[in-house]
Design a protein around this ligand. Structure first.
Ligand SMILES: [Zn+2]
Length: 278
């Protein structure tokens, strides 16, 4: 298995979720982007987690042709989310290379912010995304039931008739950790699911059983780099080139060629984020 293939048969991949602006990449960011391109990664979407990181994500999108950005405030960073934050996000979201709002959501693993603070910031950013017609990137950690309740209400009350409702998909549940029932409900809201490095872990039996049952037109792949490095790099710094390892594991679970798996996940990612062919 050679991840860094450079021959013409290299499948075209998209890393739909990474954090390229993080300091983990300060020493060698150019090389990281170059290795991703060599591995067939045609586009990388670098995700905002607060205003500063969202601005940094946009700066990288301006610097590298293959990099696109999302802007948003993560649930763990929403303590002082207010009208000024929302106004600034609205401004940043107008940039040509901003392709989504995120990552936003709920995280009950950490307690730097209360569930009430998290829900308020989540709802306001969901409403902004619907208004601007930008898909949402959803972070969910140990908050399955509340995420479902929030997205169900948004899909019922806010999304219909909005600019976002005219797009192929409303958003992505990133690094999906729910069950089949949650996946099916997410399809009803117009969502796709993101699969990341943990699918390659030998002990990920639940994911290995779930993935073959997921809709093959509704799945995209991601690294969440610098986090969630796939096998055999578990625990090391992750990087977008390794989305190829996620594609290979997915192909194995689907009983499909890597090329076909790449083609399907790439097509879905392009439709989600509105990325041009290239
Ligand atoms: Zn992330």
């Amino acid at each position: 298995m050679n991840v860094y293939r450079t021959n013409a048969a290299t499948p075209t991949l998209i890393d739909t979720h990474c954090h390229l602006d993080m300091p983990h990449f300060d020493e060698d960011r150019d090389a990281v982007v170059a290795r991703a391109k060599e591995a067939g990664v045609a586009a990388m979407v670098t995700i905002g987690i607060d205003l500063a990181h969202s601005r940094a994500a946009i700066a990288l999108a301006e610097q590298y042709d293959e990099v696109f950005a999302t802007v948003g405030v993560h649930p763990n960073d929403c303590a002082d989310f207010g009208p000024d934050t929302l106004a600034e996000l609205r401004k940043l979201a107008g940039h040509l290379k901003v392709v989504g709002i995120g990552e936003i959501g709920l995280d009950y693993y950490w307690d730097r912010t209360t569930p009430e603070q998290q829900k308020r910031a989540f709802r306001e950013q969901l409403a902004l995304a619907a208004e601007l017609g930008l898909p949402v990137v959803i972070h969910n950690r140990e908050a399955h039931e509340d995420i479902r309740a929030e997205l169900r209400a948004w899909a019922r009350d806010v999304l219909p008739g909005s600019k976002l409702a005219r797009r192929p998909f409303a958003g992505v549940l990133h690094s999906f950790s729910g069950d089949l029932e949650m996946a099916q409900e997410a399809y009803e809201w117009g969502f796709v699911l993101g699969v990341a490095g943990p699918v390659t872990f030998k002990n990920a039996r639940r994911l290995h059983a779930l993935v073959p049952q997921l809709d093959r037109e509704r799945l995209i792949i991601e690294t969440d780099a610098p986090f969630l490095s796939p096998h055999p790099f578990r625990g090391k710094r992750n990087e977008p080139a390794r989305v190829a390892l996620v594609a290979e594991k997915l192909a194995e679970l689907w009983g499909m060629s890597v090329d076909e798996t790449a083609a399907r996940t790439t097509a879905t990612a392009r439709r989600l984020y509105g990325l041009e062919k290239g």
